[in-house]
Write a protein that binds this ligand. Structure first.
Ligand SMILES: [Zn+2]
Length: 407
């Protein structure tokens, strides 16, 4: 396995040791990247060495921290060719523990917390990160303190409580939750595992990049559509591509990285259109895709830089487009996706329509989680539609793609 050489600030390049828990750069609060001794791995850690390894994200253990993992079988999720659209592949993260991609990042973060001997973790969450933290903290025997908006999907709340986490429901958004964690963490002795305010969630999420490459026989796709709230996975995959190039597993080619957001909360998309290096706080954020309801991503500067470097873009889609895509994927592909995940299908359509991508481009759409986590939101969206559409029941059924049946 790789020894961690140091943690590196993504803003000023400051190097910090990994012997003790670190949060962000002391100089400028930049997010920290974990840097390994990849040079010493080049000979032994080859693409071929993966054969026969465990079908989880820990198959890439050489580029993950050298500690005993707290694992529940996260990662190595299916890469499914679309049954309807040629050249489209769906990376289905709904099959992870707790039903979302958040399992990867929190698995790595909790694994390191356990190794560091931390006893109390706290997180502000839009929903699924809370479930994943609660789950892995339970497995590790560590306390989880969770702050999430009062209107999160019901599944997230039920899960967190069942996992034994302490849950605080907040009348506000994830940004309000983050402020509350910040105010209380020192007094309570909590370690904050917020998105990109500790270095290891990126490490867990980066394994998606390794999987995309391995599952596509080391030929990266032309574009990757990634539903972007905090953007950890997009950042992590980009880091994985750099590491793989260094290891000699891939060349210099990169996919165009596409950040997918909801029209009701699209700070990255707005900053991208305005060609700004950072985003502005999005006021009155509202969308059915709870995980996209992040008014300002902590590492927005990294996300926007990656979009630029990759020749990608950011795009926002409406809740109606998202919900139509949920129904379409379910009824046509057999994939009951989270609204966040289905947003990538709507975004793909738009970018082919505008000519940004060609139908012949090979693309990976990330479904970030299972639709089962959003039963309440999907059901109530159907009811709102019914009310809005009045007596046009046939239209409603068509628009909902058959997911919400009239009773
Ligand atoms: Zn710094």
């Amino acid at each position: 396995m790789a020894r961690i050489l140091y943690l590196e600030c993504t803003k000023c390049g400051e190097k910090l040791g990994a012997e003790k828990p670190q949060t962000v750069c002391p100089n400028d609060a930049g997010s920290l990247y974990v840097r390994y001794d990849l040079q010493s791995l080049k000979e032994s850690f080859t693409r071929e060495s993966l054969a026969g390894r465990v079908a989880s994200m820990w198959r890439y253990r050489e580029v993950l921290p050298e500690v005993e993992p707290i694992t529940l079988g996260e990662g190595f999720t299916p890469m499914l060719p679309s049954r309807k659209q040629a050249n489209v592949l769906i990376k289905d993260e709904g099959l992870n523990p707790t039903g979302s991609f958040k399992a990867r990042g929190l698995c790595a973060a909790v694994t390191m917390a356990k190794a560091y001997g931390l006893k109390k973790l706290a997180v502000p969450s839009a929903g699924n990160a809370a479930s994943a933290l609660a789950c892995y903290a339970a497995a590790a025997g560590i306390e989880a303190h969770i702050f999430m908006p009062r209107d999160v999907p019901a599944a997230n709340l039920v899960e967190c409580r069942q996992y034994g986490a302490e849950v605080v429901l907040v009348d506000g958004l994830i940004s309000d939750c983050a402020r509350m964690v910040g105010e209380r963490r020192d007094k309570e002795g909590w370690f904050d595992v917020s998105t990109l305010k500790e270095p290891f969630r990126v490490e867990g999420k980066k394994t998606m990049g390794y999987e995309v490459a391995e599952q596509l026989a080391w030929k990266l796709p032309d574009a990757i559509f990634y539903p972007t709230g905090g953007g950890v996975g997009l950042i992590g995959m980009w880091k994985a591509f750099e590491e793989m190039e260094y290891l000699g597993w891939i060349g210099r080619e990169r996919p165009r990285m596409i950040a997918v957001q909801a029209a009701g909360c699209a700070p990255i998309s707005k900053a991208w259109q305005e060609k700004k290096p950072v985003s502005e706080f999005w006021p009155k954020a509202a969308t059915v895709a709870a995980g996209l309801r992040v008014p300002k991503a902590y590492a927005d500067y990294l996300i926007l830089d990656i979009l630029r470097q990759s020749g990608g873009t950011a795009i926002a889609v409406s809740d109606d487009e998202i919900m139509r895509s949920v129904g379409e994927w379910a009824s046509q592909e057999g994939i009951f996706a989270a609204p966040e995940g289905a947003a990538s299908l709507a975004a793909y359509r738009k970018l082919v329509d505008t000519g940004f991508l060609k139908a012949s481009d090979r693309v990976v759409l990330f479904n970030t989680g299972s639709g089962l986590k959003y039963i309440d939101a999907i059901q109530s969206h159907g009811k709102e539609h019914a009310a809005r559409d009045g007596n046009s029941g046939a239209m409603k059924r068509k628009r909902m793609g058959g997911i919400i049946q009239p009773y």
